[in-house]
Design a protein around this ligand. Sequence first.
Ligand code: ARG
Length: 455
Amino acid sequence: MTMWGGRFSGKLDPAAWRLNASLGFDQRLAQQDLRGSVAWARGLLQVGLLSQEECDQICQGLEAVAAEFERSAFEFQESDEDIHTAVERRLGELIGPLAGKLHTGRSRNDQVATDLRLWLLENLPPVEMAINELQAALLERAESDLETLMPGYTHLQRAQPLLLGHWWLSHFWPLQRDRQRLSELAQRTAVLPLGAGALAGAPFPVDRMALAEALGFTEPSPNSLDAVSDRDFVAEFLFAAALTGVHASRLAEMVILFSSAEFGFFELSDAYATGSSLMPQKKNPDVFELARGKAGTLIGRLAGLLATLKGLPSAYDKDLQEDKLPLFEAYDTLVALLPVLAGAVRTLSVHPERMRAAIDPAMLATDLADYLVAKGVPFRQAHALAGQAVQAAAAQGLALDALPLEAYQQINPVFAGDVYNVFDPRHSVSRRNALGGTAPQAVRAQLEQARKLLS
Ligand code: ARG
């Protein structure tokens, strides 16, 4: 018998039953469901719908059910449609018909919204920790690789020299924003739907402020209709997860590229690389490729939920049952992925000589223009003159720093013998000492700033 069987005389088709049931995935909400029910029982006591003795009996029963879940001794039955009905059914077995009083004034609509919010509130910290772990790995790398020179790219074309420490930290900050986003999301998630009933609110003056407090929420929802249909918190989490995935994926893409023989900047540790079943020489960056791939899946979960929500008529509709899997799966993805990426980042080895060799003198053409600026040439003109030098060197098959002084002076007599000092990449990076730049001093300051944000 279902909890809603009163007005039915026929039974649900078995395949329709399986389609309708959510127990397969919402059993993950068991502890939240039980805590919500304990709070609700106390609310019923406070309005006189339960006696003290009844409330105690119900709460003890709920605690016994919670203990069964804790030791994995809870037995589900064929007839359990979802976690809410399973818990209520078991409570009935333990304390008898009194269990039937618990659902007074409550609906699974406000119940499930409450459970899911509770679940997210409890499970945001592990996601934040996982992000923090990857940030910590990036920070460690930035520290140990701080002064290593590397070519910096825009459009994937060689652009200007950078310090590797600066580059690692460029992947730290997006994750910092991700973590911040999650803590802001926690505030919006901590709004309590319980007491909204099916859609119209509870028919007795239950103290929803006290309920909110008891369950660790900051306030009760202001509108019962909105309360049962609002899944913004799930959508927001999926967005935060997708964006975190995108950030991990961008890091992953660069590590993959830099680990290729063509770049040869990085080599993955054996602990985080895989081989080929056919080609004996292969060392594949699967872990990073999975990061890239999973970002796509995370984006899909967000798009899927938004599509589910967009045409929903008022209040609760069963479509909303589709909110759980993407939420759980996005969570599982991040807590599994990020610590592995952290390990892979920590243990990869860097080949500074390959990075140094990839800094060709043309990457100092901006510095060449700056050199002319220092001699009073307006930047636009200096840019054009440096461009001419790049062209002349290329035409003669020479590196920019091998172009003879006569050739420079032919372009413009402002060029003097000291022009060759420009072609020291270390000099180039140390000039970029403004806040947030790649000069060693600026990167050290950045590192300090980053360290303070880690937990
Ligand atoms: N299993 C349902 C869900 O996950 C619980 C709410 C059911 N509410 C209802 N009116 N049928 O959304």
